[in-house]
Design a protein around this ligand. Structure first.
Ligand SMILES: C[S@@+](CC[C@H](N)C(=O)[O-])C[C@H]1O[C@@H](n2cnc3c(N)ncnc32)[C@H](O)[C@@H]1O
Length: 285
């Protein structure tokens, strides 16, 4: 089994603490070329109303929720769920236990411990590709969503970050990050998985690349990945930093193309448009 879907590895190592995820988020935060931060973009797509019930499946360390906590209505309630207790602990510590709108619970996306049609919003952001049986998780999210609710599944496309993977291959000839894992639930194939459970599906793309002007964030990002952790010795971190910094010194920076977005889905045709969420121009190949 690939580490990518190995629940024991995900829970016990990769996401035991938020360190790996934070290294990846930091690179995007520091060097994104987007006009709005990712957390703002997600907030704009959630459109959470007064008194609504929200479920975040695979919430990680609640970065998206913390960033927007002050903007959500006081009367809304949020159940933040993750496989990893370490992620939940970190999320609660960051949010502050005093914000009683947020409730933290551990669980598996494939078997949600919630009654049918309970939530106005269900999110499964950047996590479905980790789930062993994606169909089960999507069916569970659809079951927990109200008839007039909105489901959001953010994910990446097939070319996301490949410029970095090409550089890693140049740094260590023969090293390759396989694309099969990343393509399990992608911007290209997610559509088919969602249309079997929802009456309406829409894909919105997040326009952004990276222009990286310091090598350290790239090294931290690289060593947060399971493939790099397995195949490139940690002792090479200094040499990798040198490798990136030389390229930056020559060209002023390193451009890394991203391919990210979110599927919006609903049981009720017309619901997504009625929420007035702005759709960016679509350029998916
Ligand atoms: C890449 S992180 C994304 C976190 C968060 N949604 C975000 O966008 O910042 C993936 C998260 O999914 C969680 N996860 C993986 N498999 C899961 C499953 N079967 N059920 C619930 N959570 C899972 C991991 O523990 C991890 O916190």
């Amino acid at each position: 089994m690939s580490k990518f879907t190995d629940q024991a590895y995900l829970k016990g190592e990769q996401y035991r603490s938020p360190n790996n995820l934070n290294s990846r988020i930091a690179l995007h935060d520091l060097y994104s070329t987007a006009s709005v931060p990712w957390t703002t973009w997600v907030y704009q797509h959630l459109a959470v109303g007064e008194g609504q019930q929200v479920l975040a499946v695979g919430c990680g360390n609640a970065t998206q929720w913390q960033a927007n906590a002050a903007l959500f209505p006081n009367s809304a309630r949020f159940d933040l769920m993750d496989l990893s207790i370490g992620m939940l602990r970190s999320g609660r510590a960051g949010m502050g236990a005093a914000d009683w709108r947020f409730n933290y619970l551990s669980g598996d996306a494939q078997d949600l411990p919630f009654q049918d049609a309970r939530y106005d919003r269900v999110t499964a952001n950047h996590m479905l590709y980790h789930v062993p049986t994606i169909e089960l998780a999507v069916a569970e999210c659809a079951r927990a969503l109200k008839p007039d609710g909105l489901f959001i599944a953010a994910t990446n496309g097939a070319t996301h970050m490949v410029d970095l993977y090409t550089l890693l291959e140049e740094f260590q000839p023969g090293f390759r990050i396989p694309d099969s894992d990343r393509r399990r639930f992608s911007l290209q194939n997610g559509w088919d998985r969602l249309t079997s459970q929802f009456a309406e599906v829409r894909l919105d793309l997040y326009e952004s690349d990276l222009w990286v002007t310091k090598g350290q964030a790239l090294v931290s990002y690289a060593f947060s990945l399971w493939d790099v952790e397995d195949d490139i010795s940690n002792q090479k971190a200094a040499a990798m930093l040198d490798f990136f910094n030389q390229k930056i010194a020559k060209d002023g920076g390193i451009r890394i193309r991203k391919e990210t977005g979110a599927f919006l889905a609903s049981h009720l045709p017309g619901l997504i448009d009625s929420l007035g969420i702005l759709q960016a121009e679509q350029k998916l190949p």
